[in-house]
Design a binder for this molecule. Structure first.
Ligand code: AMP
Length: 259
């Protein structure tokens, strides 16, 4: 496995591999089983697997959330290698946002609902960095988690709207045995907060917005930003709650299985 910090170095490393299919797994690091499930799917379907590792400042609202995001590059690189990744693209911020950067991709309506209402500009940051990664990597397949259902929907819309020749793969949410969706942010929860956070997946598992609101109102001080049905592919009951200073998002697909 090779890790590259610059676009030029990465392109040079990828060039000889462009004869076969390329799978891209974009991540912000602090890898867990959710990320690994995407890497495994990419490994099974492509000649070359690329993982990007970039904590994208443009998708964070305030500096402290970005600065406080868990980082452990050394561990991430070891896990990526174990999962069979061929190339890691781990740029510095300046490489992705060079001085004078001013070109943005905005998935306007979809990007301003649900998460977008609470995190203005978040999906503009996501769409822009994902399009840039697509331009750098040129993947045949791109892998995203159902955990971030609105993000997957934004990327799907962008691929359609801009006629990108990329197949989107969305993999089921990986959960801990107690039901909490794996998230890099879970590392920021104290044991007591983590216990309280379990009310969130339990509420979503009702698959009913009113029932979920009622359960959370009766529970232990989680602050609900929203719990709403979203008409995505597939439709989901999606939500965001705050546990202390940590914000968690999750969703359950409606109908079918309970991923
Ligand atoms: P992140 O590093 O949080 O930006 O996540 C990178 C990718 O992993 C995104 O496509 C996420 O949706 C996906 N992901 C994060 N958590 C999970 C999870 N628990 N199950 C499945 N995919 C996940």
């Amino acid at each position: 496995m090779k890790a590259c910090r610059t676009i030029a170095e990465f392109r040079e490393a990828l060039e000889p591999r462009r004869t076969g299919s390329i799978g891209l797994v974009p991540t912000m690091g602090a890898l867990h089983e959710g990320h690994l499930s995407l890497l495994r799917a990419a490994r099974a379907e492509n000649e070359t697997v690329v993982m990007s590792l970039f904590v994208n400042p443009a998708q964070f609202g305030d500096g402290s959330d970005h600065a406080g995001y868990p980082r452990d590059d050394e561990r991430d690189l070891a896990l990526a290698e174990e999962a069979g990744v061929d190339l890691v693209f781990a740029p510095m911020t300046d490489e992705m946002y060079p001085p004078g950067f001013q070109t943005w991709v905005d998935v306007t309506d979809l990007g301003s609902t649900l998460e977008g209402r609470f995190r203005p500009g978040h999906f503009r940051g996501v769409a822009t960095v994902v399009l840039k990664l697509f331009a750098i990597v040129g993947p045949n397949h791109a892998y995203f988690g159902q955990k971030d259902a609105q993000q997957a929907e934004v990327v799907r819309r962008m691929i359609r709207d801009l006629a990108l020749e990329i197949e989107l793969r969305v993999l089921p949410t990986v959960r801990d045995s107690d039901g909490l969706a794996l998230s890099s942010r879970n590392a920021l929860l104290s044991p007591e907060e983590r216990e309280r956070a379990l009310a969130f997946p339990r509420a979503l598992a009702t698959k009913d917005a009113d029932a979920a609101h009622a359960l959370l109102a009766a529970s232990n001080g989680l602050v609900v930003d929203y719990i709403e049905v979203a008409d995505f592919d597939p439709p989901v009951l999606a939500g965001a709650v705050r546990v202390g200073s940590t914000r968690l998002i999750d969703n359950v697909p409606l109908g079918g299985d309970n991923q």
